[in-house]
Write a protein that binds this ligand. Structure first.
Ligand code: NDP
Ligand code: MG
Length: 385
């Protein structure tokens, strides 16, 4: 059966991998829409190759350039942040793969859920900000949510071995990033270059920094909490530097079911597109005899304060999670621009969490207000650190 796909964020790391996966899946997978924020050169190249009906550029300043690049093509060009909502709601689209970075993906993810689409979600920040709202919209409108994040894809696969009420706990694995062995003191002198060199995964800059602070794992706790409707008490994090065991589920009888594979996003991307079917694909095959050893250790919560905050925020929910995400997005931006130090990222996040008065039951407007407040707070403070 023909599957028609929209990729939000096709020029990013996940987006480019998704196109490679779709190439290999063959002609029954068709691209209906693609999007970028500002990289219109790559977007135009992708559009010429995949001939979608629609392309969207969320930064409207680049719309004119995109129009010139695609002037000879029969492709509708959409521009501005809301263009993502338009493509997520397109009648012809069956699957919306969301691979944009940050909270910017939230309105489109909600629109896709509301339209009852199959959602393949890499963009984890919307889960952090509004996980309950998102899951609720999908349920009410007959939408399916399939995780692309490798840990959550692993858990989703392992969950198929039992019923949700038979789960004793979820064990999220983490590579530990480049500073796994660092002391709290070492972390104080980290450079941008060191923070951007992840030992295992090749990803976009924002999630690479999130992995170095372990904010990424903190977000994944919240993502798992909503995706699998699990109380935070049943979620654990284990450091696994080889990144072969992508996560595990322990059932009440003591059986632990894990999903293993090479660290290669093509596999979870493909599974989210072909589910419930499994087909041969391009992901590198696992040869355990070549790896020979898999190791696991408890995370150091003193070095990685982000992880303790993640558990706390996951328990509190409401606007705490919004502030947690927004403060991080703003602080990572400041760090990438060279205006603050690596340690300041988590310090600024903690400052915002301490200053914020949490509301637990809130509307989307209130969530967005808390988001804007945290960003302003970090930007102002970044000048004084
Ligand atoms: P990248 O930075 O590589 O790509 C981000 C994509 O989003 C690009 O297409 C970019 O366009 C677009 N984009 C950037 N800013 C905006 C904006 N304000 N509005 C709309 N679109 C925007 O990110 P990744 O592919 O690494 O990550 C994407 C998401 O997937 C993140 O949420 C990340 O946490 C998650 N994820 C990523 C994994 C990975 O392996 N990379 C693994 C698991 C989850 P342009 O190119 O024009 O800037
Ligand atoms: Mg992950």
């Amino acid at each position: 059966m023909l599957k028609q796909i929209a990729i939000l964020g096709s020029t990013g790391s996940v987006g480019r991998n998704a196109l490679r996966v779709i190439d290999a899946l063959g002609p029954q997978y068709q691209i209906i829409a693609l999007s970028a924020h500002s990289n219109v050169l790559l977007l135009a190249e992708q559009a010429r190759r995949y001939k979608p009906g629609f392309v969207a550029v969320t930064n409207a300043d680049y719309a004119e350039q995109l129009g010139e690049l695609l002037g000879d093509q029969d492709i509708e060009i959409l521009a501005g942040p809301d263009s993502l909502i338009e493509i997520a709601e397109l009648e012809d689209v069956d699957i919306v793969l969301t691979a944009v970075v940050g909270a910017a993906g939230l309105p489109a993810v909600l629109a896709a859920a509301r339209s009852g689409k199959q959602l393949a979600i890499a963009n984890k920040e919307p889960f952090v900000i509004a996980g309950d709202l998102l899951i609720g919209e999908a349920k009410r409108n007959g939408g399916t949510i399939l995780p692309v994040d490798s840990e959550h894809s692993a858990i989703f696969q392992a969950m198929q071995s039992g019923n949700p009420e038979e789960v004793n706990k979820i064990i999220l694995t983490a590579s530990g990033g480049p500073f796994r062995k660092a002391s709290a003191e070492d972390i104080r002198n980290v450079t941008l270059e060191q923070a951007l060199s992840h030992p295992v995964w090749d990803m976009g800059p924002k999630i690479t920094i999130d992995s170095a602070t372990m904010m990424n794992k903190a977000f994944e706790i919240i993502e798992a909490r909503w995706l699998f409707d699990m109380p935070v008490e049943k979620i654990e994090v284990l450091i696994h530097p080889e990144s072969i065991v992508h996560s595990l589920v322990e059932f009440v009888d003591g059986s632990v079911i894990a999903q293993l594979g090479e660290p290669d996003m093509c596999l979870p991307i493909q599974y989210a597109l072909t589910y419930p079917a499994r087909v041969a694909g391009i992901a590198k095959r696992l040869r355990l005899e070549e790896i020979s050893k898999l190791t696991f250790e408890r995370p150091n919560l003193e070095t990685f304060r982000a992880l303790s905050l993640g558990f706390e925020v996951a328990r509190t929910g409401g606007t705490a999670a919004v502030v947690f995400n927004a403060a991080n997005e703003a602080a990572v931006e400041e760090f990438l621009a060279g205006r603050i130090k690596f340690v300041n990222i988590v310090e600024l996040i903690e400052h915002c969490l301490n200053k914020h008065n949490v509301k637990t039951t809130v509307s989307l407007e209130e969530l967005l207000e808390a988001d804007a407040w945290a960003r302003r707070e970090v930007t102002e403070l970044a000048y004084s650190v």
